[in-house]
Design a protein around this ligand. Structure first.
Ligand SMILES: Cc1ncc(COP(=O)(O)O)c(C=O)c1O
Length: 395
């Protein structure tokens, strides 16, 4: 039997790796999962009513690119949030969450060659794993750009050589960043967009944590690209209702950006896409229009971040996240720390190296664990207190 080689060297996904690491060991206490970034706060109760109200449309094939009313609601949200006006019909497309969009956009938009060579796709390291698979799928080389404490936990693109930059076709960037919670500010975006303009590459900005912030609302890629008067096809933004509205299972998101890029993504999707069912598209309209539940969601996360700041205040290298819902905690060795924590307390966290790759023998995630603050506050408080004393000793 013949099978492709293309994906055969993919490392096991983080969660099977974690199961292999921990599942044969007894937990040292009541199990608390801080591993998966799956929101646990309530979503608005009217979402179900909206789906039911539109359930008669389950018999229809949904429009591939999103119903016009949904695209209009998203364009209005973008304008409210980023003060950028996009044309709903040509510059926005509905997605089944950001993940498939981040993958399929590379399919649609990565050129076969760049300046006569194999294209490079930049991804932060550590990173959300779909970026590297997308690079592999389109025959590009993934270049893992370290996002470490020294670079403010965002990738430092200024270290790339001229020869590398000439080959870049796409730069993935996650802001707010999973796992570190770092946020790209205006100056960071300007630098990256400037590079993209100079070396003619596209930016795929994964902004799915954009609404889970603590102080100021994170600046967005499209916002800065527009302010700079950059080529409209320079930056694409990817958003979803998964984190913003605790609707990870709704699979509802969007990509927005230059009309030519969106046209090409739509074209590919008209052959191979799986559009969001119409009742879910209709329910999503109201979710994008409502901010009250988003404000409450932020408040709940903020309380937990404040708690974490108190618990880890004196830990060297502790970085209080600006956004997102993870703690990225420095340890000697992430796997050892995850085993110790599991066997001594029952608290389950992800070793940082499962989210990053070895480059030249160095893995920027190795000295970290990631803990998701998705559980209710009391559970998080208890788990973080145990984590604190197990990994770092008593305060
Ligand atoms: C950085 C990042 N990007 C994208 C996604 C995908 O989210 P969704 O497809 O639900 O929008 C996730 C989910 O955890 C994520 O952490």
């Amino acid at each position: 039997m013949i099978f492709p080689e293309r994906f055969s060297n993919l490392p096991a996904y983080a969660f099977p790796r974690l199961r292999a690491l921990l599942d044969h060991l007894e937990p040292g206490g009541p199990v608390v999962h801080m591993t998966i970034g799956e929101p646990k706060h309530a979503f608005p109760d009217w979402v179900t009513d909206e789906i039911v109200a539109h359930s008669a449309t389950f018999n229809r094939y949904p429009p591939n690119e999103g119903a016009p009313e949904l695209l209009a609601a998203i364009a209005e949200w973008i304008e409210r949030r980023y003060e950028v006006r996009v044309d709903a019909e040509t510059q926005v497309m509905a997605l089944n969450g950001t993940r498939e969009g981040l993958y399929n956009a590379a399919m649609a938009l990565c050129p076969e060659t760049k300046n006569g060579a194999q294209p490079l796709i930049l991804t932060p390291n550590p990173f959300y794993q779909v970026y590297a698979v997308a690079a592999q799928a389109v025959g590009a080389e993934a270049l893992f750009v370290p996002a470490t404490e020294e670079s403010g936990h965002l990738p430092d693109f200024s270290k790339l050589s001229e020869a590398q930059l000439e080959r870049v076709a796409i730069a993935y960037i996650c802001s707010p960043a999973n796992p570190q919670g770092a946020v790209a500010d205006r100056a960071y975006w300007k630098h990256l967009i400037g590079l993209a303009e100079k070396y003619d590459f596209k930016i795929f900005a994964d902004e799915c944590y954009s609404e889970i912030y603590r102080n100021a609302a994170p600046t967005g890629a499209l916002q800065v690209a527009t302010e700079m008067g950059a080529d409209p096809d320079r930056a694409l933004i990817f958003h979803s209702l998964s984190k913003r509205s605790n609707l990870a299972g709704l699979r509802s998101g969007f990509v927005a950006g230059g009309a030519e890029s969106i046209r090409r993504i739509k074209q590919l999707r008209s052959y191979s896409g799986a559009p969001l069912p119409l009742p879910l598209q209709m329910a999503s309209i109201k979710v994008w229009q409502d901010e009250a539940h988003v404000i409450e969601n932020r408040r709940l996360y903020s309380e937990k971040f404040d708690l974490a700041d108190k618990i880890f205040a004196d830990i060297e290298g502790y970085q209080s996240p600006d956004a997102g819902f993870f703690l990225w905690l420095p340890v000697d060795d992430g796997e050892e720390a995850a085993i110790k924590l599991w066997t001594e307390t029952g608290v389950r966290v992800l070793p940082g190296a499962y989210l990053s790759r070895d480059v030249d023998g160095l893995n920027p995630g190795k000295g970290y664990i990631r803990a998701a603050l998705v559980a209710p506050k009391s559970e998080v408080a208890e788990a973080l207190t145990k984590l604190r004393s197990c990994i770092y000793g008593q305060a």
